[in-house]
Design a binder for this molecule. Structure first.
Ligand SMILES: NC(=O)c1ccc[n+]([C@@H]2O[C@H](COP(=O)([O-])OP(=O)(O)OC[C@H]3O[C@@H](n4cnc5c(N)ncnc54)[C@H](O)[C@@H]3O)[C@@H](O)[C@H]2O)c1
Ligand SMILES: N[C@@H](CCO)C(=O)O
Ligand code: NA
Length: 817
């Protein structure tokens, strides 16, 4: 046989009671009739409690009582045929009169004893159960209302009575045997003492009733019908990707029950655990959900953990001092004291040096704990054997739970990697040797980020979410958004990655959305945003949003964002940049970026600083990391100049070719940066530094391709004008080269710690002769690539290839452990 328990929401409305009847209808078809346990209608127990307290304070309760009556009567009117209504009204009315009398007594005496309180509360379950059993009787024959006062026997500790299990189980069995052909519908939560007075079973009482019946009758299963889809991997209000578990063990259910939305209160299920009866959590509002089964032993599961539970507000107390070292009985004294004071200790850690003990308590217990400890250890404190107790508030506990963790190395590694990577500082740690729970204490501010990051790290079958904050909506920024938009489904399906753009800023406006700014409407959103651009504001907001797997992307050509990189790294946020100004500033600054990123365990990716999307920075990194040494680098790294020399032929005029390069998106926002050689210089400097040379800009020897007048131009327009007036200068260069069947190439070289960039005329035997479009080419001659160089070649400028390089950096972020 089965026991089915329906919680408050399942009997809370006409619609839910109708669903309940359908469920009973299915069960009624079975040979063995189930036992049904009911809670009070949703909210009724709390209402009764407050009516009782009001009455004790001399306040009126009649209006509330009338409401209560009406809620029950409305159900009767809707769900019972007219001819069946009167007997139900009469039964209910008798109870409401009794309730009124009790409340009146409390009001008169201005006193509410625990005994009276239990009696008052019991009307919630009594009325809902009478009501539902009358309705059920109209549909099914042989329904029997059972007042649990008759069969569940307790002591007289009103409010939280202790059950006489042996006696109760016997009475339940007798009742069941005598009514085998009937469906018993039983009041949850309430019981009776020897004198027949009503008692209540405390928190989770109706689940307890179901467990007691299940145990007494050796039920095949106990179903708990509630209003959510069973037990989930995390609190769904905090973790959107939380999903329902199909199966977990009793131990896991116990450990996970810390959730805010409590599905069951595991201690009440102990009678069922002891008999190894499976407990199935079902959803009345989604009956097709197959349920979460809590059982003694589960099938092997592929999930590394079953879930992540949390407590969002705790305090820790830390007691340390030499007086504890090697002293047995110290922790005994401490924790006996706390137990005596009824201070619940949530978590304890002690280092093996025995120099300190840290423990967590509810915030409301903190001050009292401090007081009693200081009294108890007064002498030790005075003798400085103990230091004064340190209290820290606004903390939270996050715990990963699952029996699969046992004997599986790497679980704590995964947990701490996810936390560390996201800049979550761990204040204390606890893991029992049973290895099914690892708990960490962190700042309450970080809880949401930590829960989501840890959930992403463990449940790899789910999509991982990256949160990107992007600066710059020009050529590259815009193209990146288009690429992300077009490719998002593929990334989800094939890489399990979802990129959410959580913030965007250009020089005018900024906008934010932790759920991701739509990549179809970002321009309108930015336009409509109330926030004026403010870089420090942008970064502060990014930190404040405290999202997991966060990255800052600099798609500007501005020196301003550079000044903020360090701050970003220090907030444990990775940086991706196509802006070369940062890495080509002072060597000191370049080092600071690298070192700060490393010490904070985040990435600093800048593949597009050299050769746009071509794999140049990563190639060099791999060479260096694997112990190779660069002997020489020769390269053409200006896409713009490359394009110009590849197209400045025959009748072409220099001015127009430069214009074309700009229109094609190859140039810097200011094309003078390209033609002056500055952009090329930056790239060579970055390569030299990545190759291990602590070089400064002044160490680069650079020959310009421009005549003096162009170099001195005050504006971009003036600059273009000089390209026209200086036409002869460029024509001469071209003719000189063409005369000998050569081509013009602007080539950079790094050798012996020296960088030079100059204009050369090369013939067809030169490896750099054959280039077209905006091609870049780089050849690395290293200790290992000595005879023949390692060469990378291809288009090295343009919005598409550059944005693609930024995109690749994004996907390569080490968010996954
Ligand atoms: N074009 C290429 O082929 C290529 C290749 C590699 C790298 N890059 C680099 O890409 C970067 C962007 O180039 P682009 O052509 O897209 O430039 P762009 O001028 O088209 O866009 C720059 C954007 O940055 C924004 N911006 C500037 N300063 C800002 C600030 N302080 N705060 C917020 N936003 C700011 C501007 O509003 C604009 O939206 C440059 O650093 C360039 O060197 C370009
Ligand atoms: N303006 C740059 C873009 C690539 O960094 C170039 O022409 O090479
Ligand atoms: Na590159």
């Amino acid at each position: 046989m089965k026991v089915l328990k329906f919680g408050g929401t399942s009997v809370g409305s006409i619609a839910s009671i109708q669903t309940l009847l359908n469920i009973l209808g299915d069960e009624f078809k079975n040979q063995e009739k189930p036992v049904i346990v009911l809670s009070a209608m949703g909210g009724v127990t709390n209402l009764l409690a407050s009516m009782a307290e009001d009455a004790a304070e001399g306040k009126e309760f009649t209006a509330a009582l009338a409401d209560l009556e009406k809620r029950h009567f409305d159900v009767v009117k809707s769900l019972l045929d007219v001819q069946n209504q009167n007997p139900a009204f009469t039964r209910l009315k008798i109870h409401f009169n009794q309730l009124e009398e009790l409340l009146q007594g409390v009001l008169t005496l201005r006193e509410l004893t625990p005994k009276t309180r239990d009696q008052i509360l019991s009307f919630g379950e009594r009325c809902s159960t009478i009501m539902v059993s009358k309705i059920a009787a109209q549909h099914f024959k042989d329904v029997l209302f059972v007042d649990a006062v008759e069969v569940i026997k307790t002591d007289s500790a009103f409010g939280n009575a202790k059950v006489n299990t042996e006696l109760s189980e016997m009475l339940i069995r007798n009742l069941y045997e005598a009514n085998k052909d009937k469906m018993l519908i039983v009041t949850g939560f309430i019981a009776g003492n020897d004198a027949g007075q009503t008692t209540t079973l405390g928190r989770g009482g109706s689940d307890y009733t179901a467990a007691i019946f299940g145990s007494a009758l050796n039920a095949k299963e106990i179903q708990i019908w509630t209003d959510v889809n069973g037990m989930m991997t995390a609190d769904p209000r905090m973790v959107k990707k939380a999903f329902s578990l199909t199966e977990l063990t009793y131990t896991e259910a116990m450990e996970l029950s810390y959730f805010g939305a409590k599905v069951i209160y595991p201690p009440t299920m102990i009678p069922a655990f002891l008999k190894k009866i499976p407990i199935v959590i079902k959803n009345t509002f989604e009956p097709e959900f197959e349920g979460t089964v809590i059982r003694h032993d589960c099938k092997a599961s592929s999930l590394p953990i079953k879930g992540i539970s949390s407590i969002n507000n705790i305090s820790i107390l830390n007691l340390e001092g030499s007086g504890m070292v090697g002293k047995s009985g110290f922790s005994g004294r401490l924790f006996s004291l706390l137990a005596r004071e009824q201070i619940n200790v949530i978590l304890i850690t002690q280092s093996s040096s025995e120099h300190s003990i840290t423990f967590a308590v509810q915030p409301q217990d903190t001050e009292r704990a401090k007081q009693v400890i200081e009294q108890e250890f007064e002498l030790e404190l005075a003798a400085k054997k103990l230091e004064h107790l340190v209290i820290e508030k606004n903390l939270a506990i996050l715990a990963i739970v699952g029996e699969n963790m046992k004997q599986t190395p790497g679980m704590s590694g995964k947990l701490f990697h996810a936390l560390g990577r996201n800049g979550v500082n761990v204040r204390a740690i606890a893991q029992g040797s049973s290895e099914y729970n690892i708990s960490v204490i962190i700042s309450a501010n970080d809880l949401s980020k930590a829960l989501n990051a840890v959930h992403d790290a463990f449940f790899v079958q789910l999509t991982k979410t990256l949160h990107a904050f992007c600066l710059g909506t020009g050529n590259i920024g815009k193209t990146l958004f288009n690429q992300l938009n077009a490719h998002s489904q593929y990334l989800k399906d094939n890489n399990g990655i979802q990129v959410k753009i959580a913030g965007i800023s250009n020089t005018r406006k900024m906008t934010f959305n932790s759920d991701g700014i739509s990549l179809d409407t970002w321009q309108d959103d930015l336009q409509a945003s109330p926030y004026e651009a403010d870089l420090q504001g942008f970064i502060s907001k990014m930190k404040e949003m405290n999202l997991p797997n966060c990255v800052f992307i600099d798609n500007t050509a501005s020196p301003v964002p550079i000044g903020f990189y360090e701050q970003v790294f220090k907030a444990n946020i990775s940086v991706i940049t196509c802006n070369k100004i940062g890495n080509s500033g002072s060597y000191q600054q370049y080092r600071t970026f690298k070192d700060t990123a490393r010490t904070h365990g985040v990435d600093f990716f800048y593949e597009t600083n050299v050769g746009a999307g071509l794999p140049i920075i990563n190639t060099l990194k791999n060479l260096m990391n694997s112990g190779d040494r660069v002997q020489r680098i020769e390269a053409i790294l200006s896409g713009t100049i490359s394009f110009i020399f590849n197209n400045f032929k025959g009748d072409a005029n220099f001015h127009d070719v430069v214009k074309e390069a700009q229109e094609k998106g190859y140039t810097e926002p200011d094309p003078r940066d390209d033609l002056s050689g500055k952009d090329f210089m930056r790239k060579m400097l970055i390569l030299a530094r990545d190759a291990g040379y602590a070089m400064e800009e002044a160490d680069v020897e650079i020959e310009s391709v421009l005549p003096q007048a162009s170099l001195e131009a005050k504006s971009v327009d003036d600059f273009y004008a000089t390209l026209k007036t200086e036409d002869a200068h460029f024509a001469k260069l071209k003719d000189l080269a063409e005369k000998d069947g050569k081509v013009l190439r602007y080539i950079g070289k790094l050798e012996n710690g020296k960088v030079t960039i100059n204009l050369q005329m090369v013939d067809e035997n030169h490896p750099f002769y054959m280039l077209s479009g905006s091609d870049n080419i780089i050849s690395f001659i290293t200790d290992r690539y000595k005879e023949r160089p390692l060469v990378v070649k291809g288009p090295g400028a343009g919005a598409e290839v550059t944005a693609a390089g930024v995109f690749a950096d994004l996907i390569n972020l080490g968010v996954a452990p």
